[in-house]
Design a protein around this ligand. Structure first.
Ligand code: SF4
Length: 435
């Protein structure tokens, strides 16, 4: 496994090897770093989160209402309304709307009997009016077609109710009916990505799938609704997008991102004290951050640009047999990526090749096409690196070669404007079947 470094080109995977027929986006196995190790760890995580939630949860009208409502359909309705309103709207704004809504239509039957005009009127100012319309359509469906009973499972809720997606269905089923089903919204995504140090794009299918399976693994079987709300509450109030309150976090002891920060801070302290262990500590920890992801080959970027170039050329020559067109090695600039509260800088180099070089790739590496790269499990940082490469205007390049062989001005590629862009990505990322 290789750690993310600061200079790159090509593509290399972190972590487990995929099976021979698996693409780069389908690692055969998720790194243990992104999983919860054992049942005991899961139990302790649940207990820490729930005990914090019991003390710190916000007093919100939908929580009060759901907790005090014995009738399951009424309880589901009260959760359903809140979840729909909370989509794309802040809690503080929703409180007033929710209170007015429930006063006007305390039951599904009341809402089913309302006119669309009344619904729109009460919804005015909340935005995304289709949410209110769908809510009312759902109420009518429950009353007219389902005997007044809200479907009792996440699957059936998602299947039968308009406007109810996977997250909302899971939230209603777990909070109102106690179904043991995990949920993943934006807040839960952030918490899980930090807790398990998942640096890949959370919108990618493989990461989304992993997050849902983590949520399902973690949800407390005795208090699924509370657990899901606790995870969301943590993301909303403690593990915030910027400036997370780690010292106050109840799951700090389980958080890989936090552990990494502590180790980096310890390494910095050792460096200040002149300890030689510094590099080793950083390397071990960085291995985990982006485990199981593909990344461009990289070397540590130390010193001046000429020192960096020498280190990069040396590495390239250990990977590729035969001569390399080093004249086309370009420094494109820097990509800064902030993962959680960790800041990493990549100095990006490109090397245009006319054909796939002969030679042995490092263990676990392979050439990929642009399409394979887009479909692969790669970190957001690597996507930024590629964006820098693809969007690099000539004026921003540090290299100034204008020779006829300059890949910026020759070779296949689009017509107008091609002289301003690096055109040889197809040559850089060749599929393994390419000659
Ligand atoms: S320790 Fe910090 S980064 Fe980790 S889950 Fe808690 S608030 Fe988020």
């Amino acid at each position: 496994m290789r750690k993310p470094r600061k200079a790159g080109g090509g593509s290399q995977r972190h972590g487990e090897q995929p099976s021979p027929d698996a693409g780069p986006g389908t690692p055969s196995q998720v790194s243990p770093y992104h999983l919860f190790g054992d049942a005991d760890e899961v139990t302790r995580f649940r207990a820490s989160l729930l005990s914090w939630y019991d003390q710190a949860k916000r007093d919100l009208p939908w929580r009060r209402r759901a907790a005090g409502e014995l009738d399951l359909d009424r309880r589901a309705y009260s959760v359903w309304v809140s979840e729909i309103m909370l989509q794309q709207t802040q809690v503080a704004t929703v409180i007033g709307y929710y209170t007015r809504w429930m006063q006007k239509w305390p039951t599904l039957q009341d809402l089913a009997g309302a006119s669309l005009e009344e619904v729109n009127q009460l919804w005015a100012g909340l935005g995304y009016y289709s949410r209110g319309r769908r809510l009312q359509e759902g109420a009518r469906k429950v009353v007219e077609e389902l005997g007044g009973h809200v479907p009792r499972t996440a699957n059936m809720l998602q299947k039968l109710l308009p406007g109810v997606g996977r997250y909302t269905a899971g939230a209603i089923a777990s909070i109102a009916f106690g179904q043991v089903t995990g949920v993943v919204d934006g807040n839960v995504t952030r918490v899980l990505c930090r807790v398990r140090a998942i640096g890949a794009d959370p919108r990618s299918p493989s990461v989304t799938q992993h997050l849902w399976s983590l949520a399902q693994q973690l949800v407390d079987p005795a208090r699924p609704g509370d657990f899901n709300q606790a995870a969301m509450e943590l993301g909303a109030t403690v593990c915030t997008p910027r400036g997370p309150l780690c010292p106050k976090c109840p799951v700090r002891g389980f958080c890989q991102a936090q552990k990494r920060v502590e180790k980096v801070q310890a390494a910095v302290s050792r460096r200040l004290l002149g300890s030689p262990e510094q590099e080793k500590t950083l390397e071990v920890e960085e291995c985990g951050l982006l485990a199981s992801l593909w990344e461009f080959p990289s070397v540590p970027a130390e010193g001046t640009e000429s020192v960096q170039r020498r280190a990069l050329v040396k590495a390239l020559q250990t990977w590729v047999r035969g001569p390399l067109p080093l004249r086309s090695l370009r420094c494109l600039g820097e990509v800064v990526h902030v993962f959680s509260h960790i800041r990493q800088t990549y100095v990006v180099y490109s090397l245009a090749l006319e054909e796939q070089p002969q030679g042995l790739l490092p263990s676990g590496a392979r050439w990929v096409s642009r399409a394979e790269f887009q479909a692969a499990a790669v970190s957001t940082a690597m996507k930024k690196v590629l964006q820098l490469f693809e969007g690099q205007p000539s004026g921003h390049r540090k290299a100034s070669s204008k020779s006829p062989q300059d890949p910026a001005t020759s070779g296949p590629g689009p017509g107008p404007g091609r002289q301003c862009r690096q055109l040889t990505l197809g040559a850089f990322f060749k599929p393994t079947s390419a000659p």
